[in-house]
Design a protein around this ligand. Structure first.
Ligand code: KG4
Ligand code: ZN
Length: 343
């Protein structure tokens, strides 16, 4: 079964073709980083206009790369939320028109389900049940995953997402946007023990996260440095980046492992843009080995927003006989706990 998956939830125009839920025939991502970079973050109005320009070429490229025609598609899957409303609308209405014209099913997908299911695009896959951490620019959530479509929220961020904190700290340090990979690179030449930034919410029993205070700590630290000396050296910036990154890692790894222990799960999965971070992967590997825990994370291409993960999530819904009505609309907020309302 060939499914075209479309994701335009934020600033990437993505389209991918996946066969039988696991075999990626193509995965095209048209990035808007160059457009939003000078603004230091995503500008929603610009994002939707850019999706309008990119969506048709991205889908055509996905089909060409997969070596198939529109008539070879069995269904069209599309993200309906959560995300930026204007951006989501472009993907949804294009998907609706493709499904209508080609007389094939439309499957509405929750973006977060896409991230959780992205691990099934890899060769090595976990067995249910497992604990999953989805950690990106918009979300930081822990789930107990009991099966396809059976996701139970264990904890989530109460304010900023981890990726958002990376982006904001990168902005404070004058590194550019998006900040995650830039902070990771700079951290390699820094001393992660130099500054003891707070580990928010680590000492309590909750599996929730909070990153906005940490960002403020970094900002205050930099302000004090600026008051005391004329120029902040590259080495100082690297120490700040590495110390900040380690704070985030401590919290993410600790809570993920605690959630695993609470649930008695043997496997942990990590997905979303921040899961590209090599230090995070190493830290998790360290924490998992010794406990007999299996650790899974998709390759970077499937961690960041992509259409293939949307097609993979839709596959199981289609097998279940689910089809979306053409009256379906986008949802800026869409917790996975409300997934049953999707069709
Ligand atoms: O999943 P994604 O592409 O989009 C959202 O759904 O948000 O994630 C993008 C986020 C950005 O905040 C970016 O800074 C962060 O993931 N990110 C990273 C790394 N690569 C991307 N954060 C930390 N380390 C990285 N290597
Ligand atoms: Zn995402």
């Amino acid at each position: 079964m060939n499914i075209l998956g479309i994701d335009t939830s934020c600033d990437d125009t993505s389209a991918g073709v996946v066969r039988d839920g696991r075999n990626v025939l193509s995965n095209i991502v048209q990035s808007q980083v160059m457009l939003h970079g000078p603004h230091g973050g995503v500008v929603p109005e610009l994002a939707s206009r850019e999706h309008l320009k990119n969506i048709v070429p991205a889908v055509h490229e996905a089909l060409a790369k997969a070596g198939i025609q529109m008539s070879d598609l069995d269904a069209v899957a599309v993200t309906v939320g959560p995300g930026l409303v204007g951006s989501l609308l472009v993907g949804l209405y294009y998907a609706k028109s493709l499904a209508y014209v080609n007389n094939i099913p439309l499957v509405a997908v929750n973006h977060l389900e896409g991230h959780i299911i992205s691990i099934f695009l890899e060769e090595k896959i976990p067995e249910f049940p497992f604990v999953a951490l989805t950690v990106s620019g918009g979300h930081t959530s822990l789930y107990h995953v009991k099966g396809y479509g059976r996701y139970f929220l264990l904890g989530q961020t109460l304010d900023d997402a981890a990726g958002e904190a990376f982006d904001k700290v990168a902005k404070i340090l004058g590194l550019g946007y998006p900040g995650g990979a830039l902070i990771e690179r700079l951290s390699r030449s820094g001393d992660m023990e130099k500054i003891k930034f707070p580990r928010p919410y680590l000492s309590n029993d909750s599996l929730d996260f909070s990153f906005s205070g940490l960002k403020t700590s970094v900002s205050l630290y930099l302000k004090r440095l600026n008051e005391n000396q004329a120029e902040i050296s590259e080495k100082m910036k690297a120490d700040i980046a590495a110390s900040f990154q380690e704070s985030v890692m401590d919290v993410l790894v600790n809570k993920l492992m605690r959630a695993r222990e609470n649930m008695g799960a043997e496997s942990v999965v990590m997905a979303g843009g921040v899961a590209c971070n090599k230090r995070l992967r190493d830290r998790l590997l360290q924490a998992a080995s010794g406990h007999g825990v299996q650790m899974y994370y998709p390759r970077p291409e499937y961690c960041t927003d992509n259409g293939a993960m949307i097609a993979a999530a839709a596959y199981h819904r289609l097998l279940n006989g689910e089809r979306s009505d053409f009256s379906i609309d986008v949802r800026s907020k869409f917790p996975v706990s409300e997934l049953e309302e999707i069709v």
